[in-house]
Design a protein. Structure first.
Length: 372
């Protein structure tokens, strides 16, 4: 009887030790020591999608290199109650004090509601915009990536032989319209006769529809493709397969189309995330609450030029990039007409990068052929 009791006691002690050892490390990553700042990242898709999620994952990888910081991550978290469960688990199980729920659809109501429940945790959200009355432990960030789209347009405009560009997008929301319009305006600056045909797939990750859209645009004579979807992978590969050109988005897809990659619009989340984490780690207040910026601020960047881009094209694009860097270039300025001939910005008026008016964009500029 004593032997059995002693065996049971040992088993219980062993189980207790095992549970104790597990309590500090979830399936998403490992906790650090008591002095480490625990930072959590949640992604709506896979981290290796050559797109939206990979750009954020590259930023998370940069944070991992900061001394005294530990990172936990979870990918493929849907924009529903799943993100609430993930955030609460990271906070309660992993001891996360700073959270990056990176998808736009996480913001309302999931991030805002969870932030109220955990006021000691800092929530950083991509794309949302904090407003009075929201939890004060919530901060937002985003970039004026349409500056990069304008430069991609310049390169595409110089490169196209058919004068037909193609743009595959998920939904016609203002941020997507900004990119489409900036791309076409950049292309027209290089070649006034260039048009841009747009096909909307209906959602952010629709690889079959994206492939169908790419082939449809090829059939229409398009010889440069670009996009605004979560993963440009299928579109980039289709362009390379058919020996046409491609301008990237989110991060570089140059490996997928080594011959046809021209350049691309990339997020520079490495800088944003390391700056913010350093501030929190140092006990400083994060400023500003709603971070916005473009090339000048280092929030976005251009992919290196591909082998098909000639020196004259590089010189033209670089000259405009220099004006973005010193804050003097305005993309959306009058006189500007939409694709129905209606004047949308009169002569003498303009909206510089970051102007809140651009977040209301409900038009397509002249030269854009939008299909739906």
């Amino acid at each position: 009887m004593l032997r059995n009791s002693r065996g049971l006691l040992c088993a219980l002690v062993g189980l207790s030790v095992m549970i104790s050892g597990m309590s500090g490390c979830g399936s998403k990553g490992s906790s650090g020591s008591s002095g480490d700042l625990m930072v959590g990242f949640a992604f709506v898709g896979p981290k290796d999608d050559y797109g939206y999620n990979q750009a954020h994952a590259i930023g998370a990888d940069a944070v991992k290199k900061i001394p005294g910081v530990k990172v936990v991550e979870e990918e493929r978290v849907a924009e529903d109650a799943s993100i609430t469960k993930t955030m609460k688990s990271m906070i309660s199980t992993d001891g996360v004090k700073m959270l990056y729920p990176t998808s736009y659809g996480y913001f309302k109501p999931y991030v805002l509601d969870t932030a109220k429940e955990f006021p000691e945790t800092t929530f950083m959200h991509c794309g949302g915009r904090w407003e009075e009355g929201m939890p004060t432990n919530v901060y937002t960030y985003f970039g004026n990536i349409y500056e990069c789209e304008y430069l991609s347009g310049i390169v595409a405009g110089h490169t196209t032989k058919t004068k037909k560009l193609g743009f595959i997008a998920a939904k016609p929301i203002p941020q997507v319209r900004q990119n489409i319009n900036a791309f076409e305006l950049g292309a027209k600056a290089a070649n006034p006769d260039v048009t841009c045909t747009v096909i909307f797939t209906g959602d952010w990750s629709m690889p079959v529809k994206e492939a169908e859209a790419a082939n449809s645009l090829l059939d229409q004579g398009v010889d440069v493709l670009t996009c605004h979807v979560d993963s440009p992978k299928v579109i980039a590969e289709t362009a390379e397969k058919h020996n046409i050109y491609f301008c990237g988005y989110h991060c570089s897809q140059a490996k997928l189309c080594p011959k046809g990659y021209l350049t691309g619009a990339e997020w520079n989340w490495e800088k944003v995330y390391t700056d913010q984490v350093d501030e929190v780690k140092a006990g400083k207040k994060i400023e500003p609450r709603n971070l916005r910026g473009g090339l000048k601020e280092g929030i976005v960047k251009m992919s290196p030029y591909g082998p098909a881009v000639d020196d004259a094209t590089k010189k033209d694009a670089d000259a405009v990039k220099a004006q973005f860097m010193d804050g003097t270039f305005v993309i959306f300025k009058g006189p500007l007409k939409d694709n129905t001939g209606k004047e949308i910005i009169p002569a003498g008026k303009g909206y510089p990068s970051g102007d809140p008016e651009l977040d209301k964009m409900d038009y397509f500029v002249d030269g854009v052929k939008a299909e739906k």
